[in-house]
Structures are given as C-alpha cells and as structure tokens.
Design a binder for this molecule. Structure first.
Ligand code: 5GP
Length: 116
C-alpha cells in the first residue's frame, strides 16, 4: 500500500535526511537503526514505497523479499559471524511504527525484553 506522504525511509533513500548507510544497491538500502536494540541493529529497506509490510511484499514481489533476506545474511556475515535475527514488525499492535516495509537485522545480545 503506498501513501501520499513519503515515509522517513523514502526521505533517507532520497538523501533528504541523513542516515548511516551500511549497504545499498538498486533495490534496497541498509542503514543503522537510530535507536539500536542490539550490538548489530541494521534496517534493510526496499526502495519502493509500494509495500507497507512484509505480507504485502511477499504477495507482491517475492523476489524482492528474497533479496532483503540475502542482504541481511550478507550484513550478518560481515558483522556477526553469519548468525542473526530477522524481525518484521507487522501492524501497529505488533510495534510497527514506519509503514514502509523494512527488516530489522539483529545480532549480538538484545536489550532485555525487546525484539526490536
Ligand atoms: P518499526 O517500529 O516500524 O518496526 O521500526 C522502525 C525503526 O526505524 C525503529 O527501530 C526506529 O528506531 C527506526 N527509525 C525511525 N526513524 C529513523 C530515522 O530517521 N533514522 C534511522 N536510522 N532509523 C529510524
């Protein structure tokens, strides 16, 4: 679902607001989460605004979802011996605050009581 207002992530992709960029290609950008919940806490974000959450992405573009997962694996290989958690908060009640699909890549010890 696209929205009329650009998401905070679209503004980062457009370089309208700054972010610590970890990786980027034509389909995704990976940035450091501004409020990290673990020693490695990177967000992998499809550049398209078309999908609000992972269910929409899986239904609409499964290849792009696979690319998000492969990007997460590559980041974990580089920064955390290849082992990681992948979290997609889906819906407000599940803690989603930005309705532009993104994966949290988490590695190392998480802050107590949180998944992302
Ligand atoms: P959600 O709660 O939607 O699953 O995750 C949104 C994530 O985006 C949160 O972990 C939050 O810290 C992160 N975030 C929100 N605004 C910004 C920002 O401007 N820059 C960065 N790097 N991360 C952000």
């Amino acid at each position: 679902m696209s929205t009329s207002t650009p998401s905070v992530f679209s503004k980062i992709i457009a370089r309208e607001i700054p972010a610590a960029i970890v990786a980027e290609d034509d389909r995704v950008i990976a940035i450091e989460d501004i409020e990290p919940k673990a020693p490695v806490h990177v967000l992998v974000i499809p550049k398209t605004e078309e999908y609000a959450n992972v269910s929409e992405l899986a239904a609409g573009d499964p290849d792009l979802l696979a690319h998000v997962v492969a990007t997460a694996q590559r980041i974990a290989d580089e920064r955390a011996d290849g082992q990681f958690r992948l979290v997609f908060n889906t819906g407000e009640a599940a803690g989603q605050t930005v309705f532009h699909v993104h994966a949290h890549v988490l590695a190392g010890e998480l802050q107590e009581g949180t998944l992302a």
